[in-house]
Design a protein. Structure first.
Length: 453
């Protein structure tokens, strides 16, 4: 599995046993920059003695590599370790439940710290996602749903069960926990190639044949395990521990716009999003097929009392959501994929105009950072109606971002939405229109007079 970018930096800067580090605080994300509190200094022998007292099923011997990473987690970046201590009560009970179910070593609960920093929506450069950093093909093989609306790699429960199934499969083939961890990081193919090249099956004997990142992966896992188990010995304490949000599940079989759902139910939108990280775009599709939506337990009584109205309002937001979704940078919502072969003389601007798409979308769809393209290169382009080209949304006669007229009024026309109207006038937003007109919903009727300034 690939890890998120900052975790890779963590590995590089931690390679003290290979070369002297020249890293600065600028290589570490702001939220995890070291603080200069007291860090006890222990000898190699003291660390080894303490490490050897851990009752571990995954037997990773203490050595210079492990010690170097222990130094990172307990001295050089103590704030990172503190943040993992803060988050553990949210996720460790989930990990422990499924590790027990699949009869796997309990210490594997520390693996997502290395993979994602206990962040359920973490996404790496290679597009690995979630607590367990699944790549899309592997996730789908484990039965996880991934589509425009839903990515179950970000669901803590479902991704954890899938990870346990995958790890158990890897161990069944390799029969060694260190090699299993290496395969989880780099893929079983890379590990088996290293075994063939070395003609060995022990991690430390095939070590030099593994990808560089994977060589660090196993000792790093051992080090964070130690740091979490012996945090108090290293003066690592947390005052503001995070805890799971109590929730209930409700079955949803229709389109739900979370923002509208939250407004009508009186629930906090941020809380809904935290409880349902697998909902990628803030909405559930009409064919949700019994999606289990998690809602705060303290909002369940009101939901049951007003369920019908809440779901009606949540569905009424569909048109507004779809218009916004179609215009998100890099969005493929409601569009068809075509393949375009770059010809001599092509630049992104001419290709974008030819297909009536935006340059920023071309870049996002094809992972292009600058403007460089090559003759013969295949580009994915998603075409289809959006509010820039669909006359039912904004007529070609209308002007976008025009000054608000002196009348400061607008007469609603057939097909208008609050989003359409807000785009027509400079500085106008949906929230401002609702405020000026005392609107509680997004429903509009032709002929309605709206204040816009």
């Amino acid at each position: 599995m690939k890890r998120i970018y900052w975790a890779l930096l963590l590995l590089i800067t931690s390679f003290a046993f290979v070369q002297k580090s020249h890293a600065t605080n600028d290589t570490i994300p702001k939220e995890f920059k070291p603080s200069y509190d007291y860090a006890p200094d222990f000898s190699y022998e003291e660390l080894q003695s303490r490490y050897d007292n851990l009752d571990l099923e995954i037997d990773i011997s203490f050595n210079d590599q492990v010690k170097a990473f222990i130094n990172y987690f307990t001295v050089r970046n103590r704030e990172y370790t503190r943040e993992m201590l803060r988050r553990r009560e949210i996720y460790f009970p989930i990990f422990e439940k499924y590790l027990k179910k699949y009869d796997l070593p309990e210490e594997l609960k520390y693996l997502p710290i290395i993979e994602s920093g206990l962040n359920p929506v973490a996404t790496s450069g290679p597009k690995a996602v979630g607590l367990w950093q699944f790549m899309s093909p592997t996730a789908k093989q484990q039965g996880l749903q991934i589509d425009w609306y839903i990515d179950e790699r970000m669901d803590p429960e479902k991704s954890t069960e899938a990870a346990c199934q995958y790890i158990k499969w890897l161990y069944g083939i390799l029969g060694d926990w260190k090699m299993t961890l290496a395969a989880y990081n780099s893929g079983i193919g890379n590990v088996q190639r290293a075994m063939r090249r070395s003609n060995k099956d022990d991690f430390w004997e095939v070590y030099k044949y593994l990808p560089r990142e994977t060589r660090s992966y196993v000792p790093q896992f051992a080090a964070i395990l130690y740091a979490m188990e012996y945090a108090d010995e290293h003066n690592l304490f947390v005052d503001d521990m995070l805890y799971p949000i109590d929730f209930e599940e409700v079955e949803v079989t229709q389109f739900v716009y979370l923002k509208a759902f939250a407004e009508e139910s009186g629930m906090d939108l941020n809380t809904l999003e935290k409880l349902n990280p697998a909902i990628k775009k803030g909405a559930l599709p009409a064919n949700a097929k019994g999606f289990k939506l998690k809602i705060p337990r303290d909002g369940m009584a009101l939901y049951e009392t007003n369920r019908e109205n809440i779901l009606v309002k949540a569905e009424e937001g569909r048109k507004e959501f779809e218009k916004m979704a179609s215009n998100m940078p890099g969005s493929t919502f409601g569009k068809e994929k075509v393949s375009y072969r770059v010809s001599s003389g092509d630049v992104l601007g001419t290709i974008a105009r030819k297909h009536q798409v935006r340059i920023e979308d071309l870049r996002a769809w094809n992972n292009i950072r600058g403007s460089m393209i090559k003759v013969g290169q295949r580009l994915d382009i998603y075409t289809g109606p959006d509010f820039l080209s669909d006359n039912t949304v904004i007529s070609s006669k209308r002007v976008l971002n025009q000054p608000i007229p002196s009348s400061k009024e607008y007469t609603v026309e057939p097909g208008d939405t609050l989003w359409d109207i807000s785009r027509m006038y400079e500085g106008l937003t949906i929230e401002r229109i609702k405020e000026l007109n005392d609107l509680n919903t997004s429903s509009l009727k032709p002929g309605m007079k709206l204040k816009i300034g």
